[in-house]
Every structure is written in C-alpha cells, then in structure tokens.
Design a protein around this ligand. Sequence first.
Ligand code: GLN
Length: 483
Amino acid sequence: MHQLTLAEIARGLADKKFSAEELTRTLLARIAQLDPQINSFISLTEELALQQAKAADVRRASGENGALLGAPIGHKDLFCTQGVRTSCGSKMLDNFKAPYDATVVAKLAAAGAVTLGKTNMDEFAMGSANESSYYGKVRNPWNLEHVPGGSSGGSAAAVAARLLPAATATDTGGSIRQPAAFTNLTGLKPTYGRVSRWGMIAYASSLDQGGPLARTAEDCALLLQGMAGFDPQDSTSIDEPVPDYSAGLNDSIQGLRIGVPKEYFSAGLDPRIAERVHDSVKELEKLGAVIKEISLPNNQHAIPAYYVIAPAEASSNLSRFDGVRFGYRCEEPKDLEDLYKRSRGEGFGAEVQRRIMVGAYALSAGYYDAYYLKAQKIRRLIKNDFMSAFNEVDVILGPTTPNPAWKIGAKNNDPVAEYLEDFYTITANLAGLPGLSMPAGFVDGLPVGVQLLAPYFQEGRLLNVAHQYQLNTDWHTRTPQGF
Ligand code: GLN
C-alpha cells in the first residue's frame, strides 16, 4: 500500500479496496520501522491521524468522494497545527504548541486529508541540506551518507522513502524544488500569493510560498488543489480563481515553446547534470515542444541579491523571538538585557544567527542604500528578464541544481558554497514566479531534477508539461533501495 500515489489512493479508497484507517495504520507502522534511518519527522500525530482517517471513512461511506478524502500527508513543521508542536526545526520553538491551524492545514483537513506528522526541516527554513535542524539532520533515502536537500528535507525524505505519498513544504529560495531534485520527487513552488501564508512561520515574507511535494505531477495537482486559494487573512494572498489543476494534465504539448537560457550552462554546472537536462529537452521535443535558446542576462546577480534580501527580512521577522513575546527563555536571567541576549543566543542555531547578523547589517543606516536597496533593484531586473523571456516562450527549462546531493558535512565549513547551490531556484522567488522540479535521471545513483518555470498563475501549464514527460519516462517511478 505504501507504493501507491495519491491518485491511486483516491481510486483505491473510492473502490473500497482499503479504508483510510487501514492505510494510516500501515504507514504509521512503516514510519516507526524505517524513519530512524532518515529522521524525516519531528513529531508524529498518531492520534490525530487515526481520528481523521476514521472520519474520512465515515464521510466516504456516506457518499463523499473528494480526491484528498482519507489521503495521508505530512506537514513541514512550520505550518501551525492546533495543539501540536510547531517547532520550525528550532530550539526556540521546541515547546510551542500552535493555538490555531495555518490556512493550508485547515484547508487540507477540511478536504479530508489525514495528518500523520510534522516533518523535519532546516532551522527556520534556512538551508539547502537539512543539516541545521535542532532535531538532527535528515538523510537522503537514495544514499544515507548524502543530504536530502533543504530546507524541506524531511518532507522530501519521507515521501521518497514511501513513508507518505505526499507532503506540504515551503520554498523561499528553492526549498521545495531542490529537495525534490535530490530525492527523485516532483515539487511545485506556486506563484507568490497563490497559497496562503497565514499560520506559516515566516522566514522571508516577500519570498516564502507553500506548495506540494509528491512523486508525480498528477499528485502535485491534487495536493495543490487543496492548498491554493484566496485568504483574506494573508494580505499578500491574491484573489484569483483557482483552476482545476488536474483538468489540463492530458493536454497535448504540441507546439509548446520551451526556452532554455544560455546562462544556465555555465562553469558551475556538473556536466553530467547538463547531459540529463539535454536528454529531457530531447524527450519534450519528441512530444512536439519547440525549443528555443533564450537569455536571462541578470541571472548571475540573483544569489548576492537573494542573500541580502532574505536575511534582511529574516532579521526583522525573527525579532519577535525574544524570550518575552515568543520563544525559548533562558534560565535565571540577570536582567532584561541578559534575558534577550541569552534567550536568542541559546535558542537560535549558528546559521540562523549568521543570517540575522547579515540582515541587520544590510538594513542598518548607512548600509541600507548600498546593500538592501541595490538588491531590490537587481530583483526588479531579474523580474524584467523573465517578463521579456515569456514574450517569446511558454515555459523555461533548466537544471534544478548545479550538482547532485552532496555528502553530509561536505559544506559545513563553507556557508557560501552551500548558498551557490541555489543558483537555479532563487530567481523564481525573487520574481514571484511558479516553478516545478521533476525527476530526470541519475548521476552516480543520485537523482537529478529538471526545473520548469512559467508565467504568473500558470501552475497548470507546469503540471501539464511534467505530466506529459512522466507519461513518457519512468525516472519518477524509481524507488530507493531499502525503502
Ligand atoms: N537555501 C535557501 C536559503 O537557505 C532557500 C531556503 C528556502 O527556500 N527556504 O535561504
């Protein structure tokens, strides 16, 4: 049963081949048996899961038939879940039980999804390796000595190891697409404003966006359907109708114009990944797509701009965790200043502290113009590049990551080396565009992802292209050994 996709689970439940309760018990047992190897969960919610599964079975018995009714999922541990620890991977929130549900959590629960647990993540979603969690690093099911990607590494590892068919995740600079690439999954970062951020603990508010991680584009469509929509409680949520994401999956891609940016094939790209990308281009050409070389001239400025803007917003967002209003409080403070200093010094890990310092520096008087304002200008140039490219093409294709998953610990002493791994993903966040990563082969037994980008609100187009690709390739069906 653990091999079933969300779409297959929906059919199995509708045909009464198994109940949601049976499925939930099977997966909970599998998690207990296998998760110690990969550490993909921070908290399990067995009681809640069984209660939701039984309720889903009752709803099905009375004739309801939604695609997510009885579907087991996990939530990245930054989505507030009422009565359940919501830690954001940090000691700072180790004892925080959310008093309410995030909109995403509430919407999926209403659709009948069953929450098995909260998944591990880089502390405050900062990272590309899932090594910075207070709850320990996550391992990649494809090779336990390698990282699963981050920051949604727990969601990715759990789905890749077949502990869950799908999970929620968030993407500020690549944290859905990059772990999807590293673990042979399909992951979609929606258009900024498509999925509500209410109840999603903020990292960088102008970049953060929730989305689905699953094995197939078909499953991403189902999960996104349950997550997307206008939310008056999020002032950046956009009031656009939500299309039926499954309806267009089978559309032909004959004549679809795919742009391949020449800047993507620079020195930093592993040539073996470049080959996999070219293979995927050939495959899509066979399906009728028309390939065109394009240019994104400001692409190379994205990493420096992002690593000013994201820390700047983080330093502001994380100021609320001071041991008084929110978060961990140190033992026996001498005075108020000692309380602030030690609560934040003991509650936040090293990478989070580094980002807060960089961000506070970039925002300080005297440096604001030189760093923050300049980064915002670059952000506009990057957006403009995409706007002109989308005058010529329907979709942009490239690698998701320059390298396959690296060995655990390999980049621990060099944060900038890890930042550079975000080269292909962060531009979509800076521009607010939707992006998807899909499995496209292997290098040394480690998965490789291909990224597709589309104009605003064209999530359906990304899912359509990925689904057509998946109907004609079998990379996404491969299972890691031992799972
Ligand atoms: N790796 C990027 C960072 O560390 C992106 C993280 C994310 O998307 N949450 O900021």
